[in-house]
Write a protein that binds this ligand. Structure first.
Ligand SMILES: C[S@@+](CC[C@H](N)C(=O)[O-])C[C@H]1O[C@@H](n2cnc3c(N)ncnc32)[C@H](O)[C@@H]1O
Length: 292
């Protein structure tokens, strides 16, 4: 009769790691979402306090935001969201669209690299940065390092000449950061100041997609808002002279590529108007007022 070996209790792999090897600190998906949500709500209340001239309330809310870690913590949470296991970097969707239509570094030919303005840039090594298709200027309210200029898009000096304009602007998860509906409309309108109006490109696939705006929003901003749906967003964009050339909806995000096609007709306005009712809907809205 063989001698039975005494079975050791099973241990998981982590238990076998040397004690000095620590997993990198990571915020859970739930905590990330909750932190981003809390900061959005507080930012909105802060802007309301500013518009009412309520200095004490503004200071109280600013302190509350700071206690949560402020913009820096918000950006860390957003970077976590860009991890492969959390849905990945949104600019990969843009690159997939371009590849599908035959736009790659070898096809841009005489047009050379396309100029991109990335607003709300958290890193210099996202898919767009590595693609070889773009010369990128990156800006953010709070720069995370070299290669990202600390600048508010709404205060960015206007281009003096055509050469300073861009072929594409990326607004990925930035518009939803703007706390007020009117501010969002102003941000969309302002993109026109920085994009080429009517550049023609030698490569047909490039010509059919550029100049353009890459816009990414949390899906519920469009799929479950009381004040915004796909049709309304298209109407707003079309009033600015944009046509939808690509779109994709996932459970988490909506992605769009809007090509600049025409000079905007003058004077179209979009107020905050209820389009869908229901207690479970959110209040995301975009308001477009007359210029000036
Ligand atoms: C949720 S992060 C998105 C980052 C990244 N684009 C992405 O898709 O994951 C939003 C970023 O937009 C920046 N941002 C918001 N409004 C801005 C503005 N007016 N000008 C420049 N950056 C802005 C914020 O500072 C923040 O870093």
């Amino acid at each position: 009769m063989g001698v039975k070996k005494k079975q050791r209790p099973r241990q998981n792999l982590a238990a076998g790691r040397p004690p000095t090897v620590k997993r990198p600190k990571s915020i859970t998906r739930k905590a990330t979402k909750s932190l981003i949500g809390k900061i959005h709500v507080l930012e909105k209340r802060r802007i309301q306090a500013v518009s009412k001239g309520d200095v004490a309330e503004e200071a109280r809310i600013t302190a509350e935001i700071e206690a949560l870690g402020g913009l820096k913590k918000y950006q860390e949470a957003s970077l976590q969201g860009q991890r492969e296991d959390r849905g990945g970097d949104s600019s990969r969707v843009l690159l997939d669209w371009l590849a599908d239509d035959g736009v790659c570094p070898s096809t841009t030919g005489k047009d050379g690299r396309l100029r991109m303005l990335e607003v709300g840039a958290l890193s210099t090594d996202n898919a767009c940065s590595k693609s070889g298709l773009f010369d990128i200027e990156r800006i953010d309210l709070n720069s995370q390092g070299d290669g990202i200029l600390q600048q508010d898009f709404m205060q960015r000096p206007l281009p003096n000449e055509e050469a300073e304009k861009f072929d594409i602007i990326s607004l990925s998860l930035v518009l939803n950061f703007v706390p007020e509906p009117r501010g969002r409309g102003e941000m969309l309108r302002r993109t026109l100041e920085f994009l080429h109006a009517s550049r023609s490109y030698s490569s047909p696939p490039v010509d059919s997609l550029f100049p353009s705006l890459f816009l990414v929003l949390p899906a519920p901003c469009v799929t479950n808002s009381r004040y915004l749906d796909e049709e309304r967003l298209e109407a707003i964009m079309s009033s600015l002279g944009y046509a939808k050339v690509k779109s994709k909806v996932t459970q988490r995000l909506v992605y769009y590529l809007w090509k600049r096609v025409a000079a905007p007709p003058v004077g179209r306005q979009f107020a905050k108007k209820e389009l869908r009712s229901g207690g479970s809907r959110n209040n995301f809205a975009i308001v477009l007022k007359q210029e000036g």
